[in-house]
Design a protein around this ligand. Sequence first.
Ligand SMILES: Cc1cc2nc3c(=O)[nH]c(=O)nc-3n(C[C@H](O)[C@H](O)[C@H](O)COP(=O)(O)OP(=O)(O)OC[C@H]3O[C@@H](n4cnc5c(N)ncnc54)[C@H](O)[C@@H]3O)c2cc1C
Length: 328
Amino acid sequence: MGAMYDAIIIGAGHNGLVTAAYLARAGRRVLVLARRDVVGGACVTEEVWPGYKVSTAAYVNSLLRPEIIRDLRLADYGFAMLPRDPSSFTPFPDGRSLLLGPDRAMTQREIAKFSEHDAAAYPEYEAMLERVADLIEPTLIQTPPAPWSKRPRDLLALGKLGWNFRALGVDASRAIEILTADARTVLDRWFESEQLKATLATDAIIGAFASPSMAGTAYVLFHHVMGECNGVRGVWGYVRGGMGGITQALASSARALGVNIRVDSPVSRIVVRDGRARSVVLEDGTEFLAHQIASNADPNVTFLRLMDPRDLPDDFLRAVRQIDYRSA
Ligand SMILES: Cc1cc2nc3c(=O)[nH]c(=O)nc-3n(C[C@H](O)[C@H](O)[C@H](O)COP(=O)(O)OP(=O)(O)OC[C@H]3O[C@@H](n4cnc5c(N)ncnc54)[C@H](O)[C@@H]3O)c2cc1C
């Protein structure tokens, strides 16, 4: 039996490491148990061939919150972003091509090769997305208010959200469309060039296992403009040293805050006693106790494989079994 911790985090993906570092920053004694010999999960750099290090899953960043970069002082631990400029190159069968990037004048010139109308519309399209992002982006780091709650804190948060939504004015209906519709409807409304629409639609389907005509893809498209690179919104960048540059910096920051990160420590079981998760057991049988246990593994692994189904309510288990894992 190992020592008693305030919190154990199962898994050292970037979300597990962020959780661990913030808990340690709040004075908690934290243990991270990582399955592999390297931290990072899908946000990792590995030497796949001798002498060549590559990002083996995720490869570009913009969605890592600036608050996290600042709070955990990631730059002090080697984190640095290199903006993608240009950001995309789309070749077409007729020999033409479309180059897009943070350089707005270049982007407009490139789009004008296919449509003068679209070149003129593009800055207004981007400005509209930014206005909607101003509403949605702050909610990414908020605890969502419960809509059915009567607690003043929840009602206040809901009221604030409603007020900000109202302030969108004519953009409010566009915001609803972005949050619920398919990407094709949005892109068809703004642009006529198939080349531009096809290029922009990649952001709507990436990792989504969907076509741009399926409801919900407008949000995926929009989600990709909410991040930033070195303070510039909507710009994506490479991380120096590959995506492992994020998780190595997170791990260093977490360790400096006192987090104990144990690699090669696959968890086989979360032990529940008297209705509470009390400890975790590794595959080699070592057990660690904690007041709180958080899992960075997905709900399928966490609730269906690491826990005994008898410890969980039936309707909850049913909901977990119904999660659709077909996309990335
Ligand atoms: C191929 C691919 C490409 C992607 N490209 C991008 C991209 O370019 N840009 C982008 O922003 N996002 C991208 N994503 C998405 C992004 O990488 C993931 O959303 C993100 O890395 C998930 O982080 P996480 O910490 O939530 O989970 P994960 O990274 O999945 O981490 C979970 C961790 O838990 C560990 N674990 C699981 N079970 C156990 C156990 N029993 N015991 C101990 N540890 C355990 C795992 O080993 C892993 O380290 C991509 C995803 C994939 C799959």
